[in-house]
Design a protein around this ligand. Structure first.
Ligand code: GRG
Length: 297
């Protein structure tokens, strides 16, 4: 498996363009959508995010012998859910942030009420995109179920609720991992599973994707916590040092920077090892996992 860091960046840029164009097409609303709402949705969704989750959907499908084009609606649906979660997370009643993806947050730009509605619209549009654009219907239904579970009250929403509570809870590694398995990990795991569903992956391929996705999700969160400690605000496109300011439970806070880094590396090694069960066509996923470790934003 030899995809280099340079070639994964090129691949990611190419796939990122493909995803951006599709997101642009999915947000060409009729005049029934009020112009300010349309603007708020597109402002957040088309902002320059890393598109990690869409990349995972598309590369997982490809790794299992599927077609990236066929998986594009699922890649966009996951990005819609992710963007909705960021818009709502940034609200004053949640994390109260003013900078996201290098721009003022949605509520800073459009006001709180419209930001809530833009998030609501993105959440709904994700399922419309899956149901309306994936074929056959059985695959669309399976993908709807997968994404709904990952975004729902036992996963993404649960992790967020516990994270808000975590600001006052006693430090505990099991609790921290449980929060991030749901808040960050569930959508990352769903991304690789969606790719597998669309590619009609074998049982062996699905179990490899599962192992890869779980480990990558946790590694991604640990690097997110490390960047909050040491990252540069301009590169990050969001405020740094927020976790410590809020007394949040984090991996470096609990384990220290060096041990957190070691854990992230170990998780990526294990994630990559799981890909051997898929074969050489999983090299994009391997490069993506390594890029998560090296990321600076
Ligand atoms: C409001 C239901 C609800 C959930 C919010 C996404 C989220 C849950 C909180 C965001 C805060 C945070 C730092 C989460 C940890 C990791 C994470 C999801 C970071 C943002 O994802 P990136 O880095 O963002 O992939 P881009 O902008 O690149 O897409």
């Amino acid at each position: 498996m030899e995809t280099s860091t340079a070639s994964i960046s090129q691949l990611a840029a190419g796939v990122g363009d493909m995803v951006r164009q599709a997101l642009d097409r999915y947000t060409q609303f009729s005049e029934d959508c009020p112009p300010r709402l349309c603007e708020a949705i597109r402002y957040s969704l088309l902002a320059p995010g890393k598109r990690l989750r869409p990349l995972l959907v598309l590369m997982s499908a490809e790794a299992c012998g599927g077609d990236m084009e066929a998986a594009l609606p699922a890649a966009c649906a996951v990005e819609m859910i992710h963007t909705y979660s960021l818009v709502h997370d940034d609200l004053p009643c949640m994390d109260d942030d003013d900078l996201r993806r290098g721009r003022p947050t949605c509520h800073k730009q459009f006001g709180e009420a419209l930001a809530v509605l833009a998030g609501d619209a993105l959440l709904t549009m994700a399922f419309e995109t899956l149901a309306g654009h994936l074929r056959p219907a059985r695959v669309a239904a399976d993908c709807c179920l997968e994404l709904a579970r990952a975004a729902g009250p036992m996963a993404l929403v649960a992790g967020q609720a516990d994270d808000l509570d975590g600001e006052t809870a006693a430090p505990d590694l099991a609790r921290l991992e449980s929060i991030h398995r749901r808040k960050t990990g569930a959508l990352i795991l769903a991304s690789v599973r969606l790719g597998g569903i669309i590619a009609r992956a074998s049982r062996r391929q699905r179990s490899a994707l599962e192992e890869y996705g779980k480990r990558l999700g946790l590694a991604f969160q640990i690097t997110d916590d490390l960047l909050d400690v040491a990252g540069d605000e301009n590169t990050l496109g969001k405020r740094a040092g927020k976790d410590a300011d809020r007394g949040k439970l984090t991996f470096p806070g609990l384990l220290g920077v060096d041990e957190s880094r070691r854990r992230a590396e170990q998780l990526v090694t294990e994630a990559v090892a799981a890909l051997r069960r898929i074969g050489p066509q999983a090299e994009g996923l391997e490069a993506l996992a390594r890029a998560v470790l090296e990321r600076n934003h």
